[in-house]
Write a protein that binds this ligand. Structure first.
Ligand code: SF4
Ligand code: SF4
Length: 408
């Protein structure tokens, strides 16, 4: 970093992620070092074709997506017995549901509530691992504690262990005397609004800024940091952020016609077809998920709940005919006299009990001095109210939110 700063760039953005796989420090770690691999490094080494084989019996430690990649890769490299062990209960594993399903579908067992205790080494070689069985107990604050069950320790034989228990940042390459302050967990201190570090020329984003998140956050951080860098280079106030843009566009095409399909399918998520398992397990590079064919893709798209299409109400068009009240399948529209929110919530056709979800209250209406109240919590976005309304007081409008970008 010092070298980069000396080159006198106007600004530097650090988006180096959290690439350092966490290690495990338990008995036998040093002696068994040759057969213990940090999962993420092991996968990299396979991708670059430095590692081409693995032992017959493999244990994978960890329950995240890297652990799922490790176990499935181990099988493809020729391992005959692969086990995944995870400290937490099965339903709290961090891996995506479909990654877990796919790993188990390839015959890989997952042992939950197993805390690694030691590597067992015989004659200088790793031969197994010992685990303690635990159960998860939650205190009043919802904090989890893994408590030993008192059962006998579990021993699994193994030739290799892949450690996939988390990833950290790695800032060994940033000198500590160049004005970039580091705080807890050896993470740089980064401004949450501007993404600027304590060295005004250096900006951070993605996992490098505040630890592991997902790709969506990383992309958003990149955009926000770009805005800051643009302002920084123009000597402008970094805290004055451009507003996002929002648009509402009517989806009406005719009296009963919408530019979106409001007939929501009740089908469950369609499963993506997979390649033949026997072939896939023999070939490290074979793509397992084949993707949907056109018909299934269209069926899957039909499951969209149209959350982006909103019901928009115009007081000045409403003649209070109550037709929308009659047609709404969830009874979420009521015309009542205005009151406090608490009272309003209780006097709707069906009380609006989810306090986390706002109710929409219109201005006072002309004919009866009532207001229209809609419980957003149960609206299906089906558009029947807008189809039925004789005056177009209800309209289905597509809502777009666009975060400000440096080029916009
Ligand atoms: S969109 Fe459907 S569910 Fe929502 S208010 Fe209109 S009729 Fe009711
Ligand atoms: S159908 Fe239209 S005009 Fe009739 S009450 Fe509902 S919003 Fe008002």
């Amino acid at each position: 970093m010092k070298e980069l700063l000396e080159k006198d760039f106007d600004a530097i953005f650090v988006g180096t992620g959290a690439p350092k796989g966490r290690d495990i420090r338990i008995e036998g770690r040093e002696e068994a070092d040759h057969n213990i691999h940090i999962g993420i490094d092991w996968l990299t080494s396979i991708a670059f074709e430095h590692t081409k084989s693995v032992g017959k019996k493999v244990i994978v430690l960890g329950g995240g997506n890297t652990a799922m990649d490790c176990c499935r890769t181990a099988i493809r490299l020729g391992a005959e017995e692969v086990k995944v062990t995870v400290r937490s209960p099965f339903d709290q594993m961090k891996a995506s549901e479909w990654e877990i399903e796919d790993a188990m579908g390839e015959g890989i067992p997952i042992y939950d509530n197993h805390v690694p205790k030691r590597f067992i080494v015989k004659d200088g070689k790793l031969v197994g691992m010992e685990f303690e069985k635990v159960e998860a107990i939650f205190d009043d604050n919802g904090r989890r504690k893994l408590v030993p069950t008192g059962e006998d320790p579990v021993i699994f034989e193994c030739d290799d262990v892949l450690v996939a228990i988390g990833q950290d940042n790695a800032f060994e390459w940033i000198e500590r005397d160049i004005g970039i302050e580091f705080g807890e967990w050896d993470m740089p201190i980064v401004d949450k609004v501007t993404f600027q570090s304590s060295n005004e020329k250096v900006f951070f984003g993605g996992d490098a800024a505040w630890g592991p998140e997902n790709i969506i956050w990383a992309a958003a951080h990149g955009h926000q940091a770009a805005i800051s860098i643009d302002k920084f280079c123009k000597d402008l106030d970094l805290y004055e952020r451009p507003e996002p843009t929002t648009t509402l566009i009517s989806q009406k095409m005719g009296v009963h016609e919408w530019s979106y399909d409001n007939d929501i399918s009740q089908a469950k998520r369609y499963l993506v077809p997979h390649a033949d398992q026997a072939d896939a397990l023999k070939d490290l590079k074979m793509e397992v998920e084949l993707g949907f064919d056109e018909v299934t893709a269209l069926e899957e798209a039909q499951r969209c709940l149209n959350c982006d299409v909103q019901t928009v109400f115009s007081e000045d068009l409403c003649i209070e005919c109550d037709a929308c009240v009659d047609i709404c399948p969830t009874d979420c529209i009521s015309f009542v006299h205005n009151d406090s929110e608490e009272n309003l919530r209780n006097k709707l056709r069906i009380p609006a009990i989810n306090l986390n979800q706002q109710i929409l209250v219109s201005e006072q209406l002309e004919q009866t001095s009532r207001v229209m109240v809609k419980d957003e919590d149960v609206c299906l976005h089906c558009g029947l109210c807008a189809e039925r309304c004789p005056t177009g007081a209800w309209d289905m409008q597509n809502f777009l939110y666009q975060e400000a970008k440096v080029y916009s």
